[in-house]
Design a protein around this ligand. Sequence first.
Ligand SMILES: *Cc1c(COP(=O)(O)O)cnc(C)c1O
Length: 466
Amino acid sequence: MTPPSQLSTQEIQALDSAHFIHPFTDHGDLATRGARVITRSEGVYVWDSEGVKLFDAMSGLWCVNVGYGRKELAEAAYQQMMTLPFYNSFFQTTNVPAVKLATKLAALAPKVGDRSFQHVFFSSSGSESNDSNVRMVRRYWDLLGQPDRKVIIGRLNAYHGSTMAGASLGGMSAMHAQGDLPIPNITHIGQPYYFDDGLAGESADEFGLRTAGWLEEKILELGADKVAAFIAEPIQGAGGVIIPPASYWPEIQRIVDKYGILLISDEVICAFGRLGHWFAYEKFGYKPDLVTFAKAVTSGYIPLGGVMVGNRVAKVLIEKGGEFNHGYTYSGHPVACAVALANIEIMETEQLPQRVRGEMGDYFGKRYAELNDHPLVGVAESCGFVAGLVLVKNKHTKERFVEDDAVGMICRGHCFSNGLIMRAVGDRMIIAPPLTLTHAEIDELMRLIRLCLDLTQQELHQKGLI
Ligand SMILES: *Cc1c(COP(=O)(O)O)cnc(C)c1O
């Protein structure tokens, strides 16, 4: 058989369509248009099978924080595979990379108030980690003799993964509509999306307090003694990069404290430097009990996820718990952990969180904010190295496009045609570039975004949509 690399693009697309069921993909559509085949990468760029170079402003899928082509990570995987490619950590065994990584993560996770993070539970993805969260939260309340505390509150338009529990915790209506989700004892409140839902005359901070207040309303509606936990992303990623007003998180903290419910911070996107900190709760100053991570812990070079387990939960699970009947074959996988250690070492050596927190993040934020003058942009906002903008029909009246206008997909099309990968979420365009961007690359990125916005405007004009 011909090696895959020597197949033509059309041949790869035909085999892809015949055999590979893709995640989150309409296969009718895929069969007619054919998938874009990504074949190689370097720095902030990827290339497709036709040799087209693309500026990957999404870091793969919020993953590749150290950029592509890092030999140190390949080397770490190779060395570990030659030494010990796999061993489980069930039945009183362990392995050195997993121990080192757990120790490292405990050292990196800042202590806030009475919360510290001395323990880590490993999985292979964000979804699995959130399944583990559900298991741990329920076990925690059982051990404390409060088995009726079962309900976990999430938010509409949140993303917590795609397993049964992950999709249930998330608030994506399209996911709930397939597969009888959410599973029992999971419910949702609204999201803090000021541009969408802010009332006339209401300041962002007033809006933040009002929307955080929905948590208290929901707790009172359910009965506080029925509520186990609240889960949220620091900034909603897949929902379209929704950045909450500054007043939001402190008010959430006040409410979870008042009712004693556990707080789960899903930092699968926001941790590992994306917001300028190792963990994002530090940026917003709240005190989670459990912190979900995945994606950039290895910069996506190999699958790994997990949960930072705060002292409040760890004390009960470990000291009172006996056996916790939960775990994965690949919990603490030695190769994945070795790659994570090498990835963190790069981030430390190159001071990537400090870079995002400092001058480079300021420059990125300043350049991104300039997009606010574009006629199609309702508002463009960023935080660290994650950013989103909303495309509007009319900047002054804030009139929005309707779903059938498919404005995001039009814009995304222009991006791809002009060498830029930007993601569309409805009428929002979002980016989460590698944390290694130079000034020149930031300039290039902003030039490309503006070009694609201009082309989108032209097409919308031709179609009579604006
Ligand atoms: C991507 C993501 C997940 C799911 O992670 P997988 O590795 O795809 O299972 C969970 N939570 C958030 C916030 C994510 O962005």
